[in-house]
Design a protein around this ligand. Structure first.
Ligand code: EPU
Length: 437
């Protein structure tokens, strides 16, 4: 397993470009299963989850051409398999996004149940209840979800009220309802920018939906969808991560190719905490830590448009460098504080009680050997290591490869001292260190 070796203490300076949003690219790739015609997607991030999603589409029988590294031409004219198997769902929960498209276009789909993951149990019951509302018969058999359309072969539009806001649940139902007979209304829908991006693609393919980005999405089902060409939106979480990187290292960054309006809650909170953020234009931010230093500010994660859970870990790293006590409340996932124990190993003063983390700052962080537990936790640890004194070795960085494109290269171009070391070199380094002790 690869590791990162980071020597902290350098203020990051320069320009960085934001990649396409992984969490928009994944549903848009799944949407290509809805049509026999080609769907061309641009600005896909070159990250592990996209490679996994591509493998899933190809296993199902779709053809994926890559004329350029970040462009996929997906043709699902011939689908042979109607199943997302356990080995793929286990590595990437977003494989469940195949369920809606397969069920609605072919009348049948089988997806392995995702089971637990590092950030909680993350069930898909709300997806399944919604499919049943659209007339599907859903059975659980030997760890698989088996869903079938009614005997007519086509799902039937209906009213779905999600008890809890679910991003991929909303996306699955949008895709399923696009080809259902009649009208579907999704209430308490997720409002994330990725939902709007998916709706834009689906409408380009011939779907008839409106309201994406609000809590109510209305969909008039159509009989067939065609091909389309679409450019994925920039990754708002990568944007937020680089804003924190500038602030935590006391640096100065120009962040390009981003969409500031997608992270207004993050920008607002970071400004309160003492980060200077200027919108140079619609797609460029200028960021630096204000002269007064960082101030502790409480935050609670909530569905969009509020503060995203996917920025909670990075924010916690930042709060270790802020003066005062901050409370970070995680309301979306029940087990998403695993980075806290690693930050504590680096010298942070953090205590956890239920879904609240209390961070007392400012503390001096010291380099240490630490372990990444999930994608955003890894980002938080990289940020902490960049401002820590001495060397940090982060293990299991495959988590970060799932969602951050060329992160080592991007940070190095900003002046960070960060290196990826492959397992064999890491073992050699460990052995050398043990020998000198
Ligand atoms: N939930 C249920 N039942 C369901 C679905 C969700 O109880 O059927 C619960 C979840 O357990 C969780 C909450 O509802 O407590 C919200 O989960 P949601 O379904 O919104 O999460 P998701 O769709 O599985 C997406 C992102 C996550 C991001 C969350 C929340 C993708 C591929 N993943 O997950 O991204 O944290 O929304 O915004 O879009 C990441 O990128 O690191 C990541 C984990």
């Amino acid at each position: 397993m690869d590791k990162f070796r980071i020597t902290g203490g350098r203020a990051l300076k320069g320009r960085v470009s934001i990649s396409g949003a992984k969490n928009s690219a994944l549903p848009c790739m799944a949407a290509a299963l809805l049509s026999p015609e080609t769907v061309t997607l641009h600005n896909l991030p070159y990250v592990r989850d996209i490679i996994t999603q591509r493998r899933l589409l190809e296993d199902l029988g779709a053809t994926v051409l890559t004329p350029e590294l970040r462009t996929h031409k997906i043709s699902a004219s011939h689908i042979e398999l109607f199943e997302a198997p356990y080995d793929l769902v286990r590595t990437m929960r977003a494989s469940v996004l195949a369920l809606g498209p397969l069920l609605t276009r072919f009348g049948k789909a089988k997806v392995s149940l995702p089971g637990g993951c590092a950030i909680g149990t993350r069930p898909i019951d709300l997806h399944l209840i919604a499919f049943e509302k659209l007339g599907a018969e859903v059975k659980l058999e030997a760890g698989n979800v088996i869903a079938r359309a009614p005997s007519s072969g086509r799902l039937i539009g209906g009213e779905i009220h999600f008890d809890k806001v679910t991003v991929t649940g909303t996306e699955n139902v949008m895709m399923a309802a696009a080809l259902a007979k009649g009208r579907t209304v999704i209430k308490n829908a997720a409002q994330e920018p990725e939902i709007e991006d998916l709706a834009e693609l689906l409408n380009k393919m011939g779907a008839r939906m409106k309201g994406a980005g609000t809590p109510v999405i209305e969909i008039e089902g159509v009989e067939a969808l065609g091909g389309a060409e679409h450019t994925i939106i920039p990754d708002r979480i990568e944007t937020g991560t680089f804003i924190v990187a500038a602030a935590i290292t006391g640096g100065e960054l120009e962040i390009k190719s981003c969409r500031p309006e997608h992270i207004t809650a993050v920008i607002h909170k970071l400004r309160e905490a003492g980060v200077e953020i200027e919108e140079l234009n619609q797609s460029t931010l200028y960021v630096r830590r204000s002269n007064g230093g960082l101030k502790a500010k409480d935050v609670t994660t909530e569905p969009h448009p509020d503060f995203p859970t996917d920025m909670q870990a990075q924010y916690m790293a930042l709060m270790t460098q802020a003066e005062g006590e901050s409370h970070i409340v995680e309301t979306i996932f029940e087990n998403r504080f695993m980075h806290a124990s690693e930050l504590i190993r680096m010298g942070a003063d953090i205590s956890i009680s239920g879904n609240t983390a209390t961070v007392r700052g400012k503390t001096k962080l010291m380099g240490a050997k630490i372990i990444a537990s999930d994608l955003r936790a890894s980002a938080s640890l990289v940020l902490a290591a960049l401002c820590a004194e001495g060397e940090t070795l982060i293990d299991r960085v495959y988590h970060i490869d799932r969602g951050y494109e060329t992160i080592v290269r991007k940070f190095r171009s900003l002046g960070a001292d960060i290196q990826r070391i492959s397992e064999s070199i890491a073992i050699a380094a460990d052995a050398a260190e043990a020998h000198t002790k």
